[in-house]
Design a protein around this ligand. Sequence first.
Ligand code: ZN
Length: 506
Amino acid sequence: MFARVPSVGLVGVEGRLVHVEVSIGTGLPRFEIVGLPGSEVREAKERVRAAIENSGYPFPLRRMTANLTPAAWKKEGSGWDLPLALAILAAAGVIPVERAARMVAVGELTLDGDVKDVRGMLPVARTAQRQGFSLICSTDSLGLVETVPDLETFPVRTLREAVNVIQGTLSPRTIRRATHVSDPEPSEDFADLVGMEYAKRACEIAAAGWHPLLLAGPPGSGKTALGGRMIGLLPPLNAEEAVEVANIHSAAHLSTHVNPSLRRPFRSPHHTISAPGLLGGGSHPRPGEVSLAHRGVLFLDEFPEFSRAAVEGLRQPLESREITVVRNQIPVTFPAQILFVAGANLCPCGRQGTDEPCRCSPALLQRYYNRMSAPILDRIDLFVEVARLRLAPLAQAERPESSRVIRARVERAWVRQQRRKPGCSFPFNAGYSLQDLQTRAPLSPAAGQLLEAAYHRMGLSTRAVYRIWRVARTIADLAGHTGVEREDVAEALQYRRRPGNFDGAQ
Ligand SMILES: [Zn+2]
């Protein structure tokens, strides 16, 4: 007596098809699960047995082996309960074996036989659809599963209902077209911020070319207000990107109702976050904040307060726009294409940059700068010192530019970059190699002379020169210049200077 029920497991944010096979033989009652089950899966035995009995079906008191195939990778999570129970009932002759083999089943069982939602249902549903299967899952998963087009779905509340599905007495729900929510207006606007034109301009350039940005200044200078509003400068996701982002959020199981939204993610974790929390990891690797911010903004306010391990770990996502977490010698890679924005006080006491004298000792200052780590500062394209907010004149002649107006310029700059690198998943200037710069960001003779003069006068590294060149390309894109002009380089040079003594970081 043998039965096979397809299911889907999660590796990183990708779904992988797995067959849950059950064989019932003769011998003393015994239930074994093989095929590299993790500890949670081994616990499934008790849940599955109780759920089957409490749903009114006999649990076979025979020698029984379940195999999760392929066995090559470790199966984690509690979503295997439902396919295990169905495979047992099929092998025991309660439900038809052939029909059970045509439907992917994923869900956790409670002891009394309810079917519960598990994390990662969006990649699960997409895998089932691609492989041409129907899907049996918890009704709680429906919010996510519904967003996958052309998938025949059977949402169930209980194991009994799942049995009815396979017996053909419950009808499916087929969603023909994915549903998308519209792009909501960002609630906080750049128009709320009076003054700070220089800092706002840097935010616009960062958004236009995906340049990492550091906003430094005393407390109350508006760093947090600017960083928090960055997301409003980015054009919405396209439909394909929206599904990609929702996939990642589903793998982290933030909510079962994250419909693919066109709004880009904005993540701003507190500085007490652990390195795995920021970068991803855990026993069953989950995406961290850098991946939850994929295709959106990661804003780390109070940047020098983050742990050294968390800060150092940002090197890979800032360099290659993805992050690799190794668990049990198996590397899992999560996407991490982020617009990186950091906020920092100029010194620990916060008085630098104000009229009051700073009370920090040189040793304390050095420790503070070191926490930011030179390799990370090296990867930041734009440095801006934000002055403390002055009281706005009561009768403001005109309201500052709104985020919507700035976003329209950013969008035009994006279109130019996309045209220069068609079909590229990251066509933005921040990702330009030296070859890209030479072929796609030609300097006018005057611009070249200015950059060369700055190289000698400021004692810049070649790496720093390329960063200025990339930023100048973005400024040229915002201005609609085909090549890079002298004025573009001149403006780019202004954002090169690190505020305070940040150059002292090691
Ligand atoms: Zn100080």
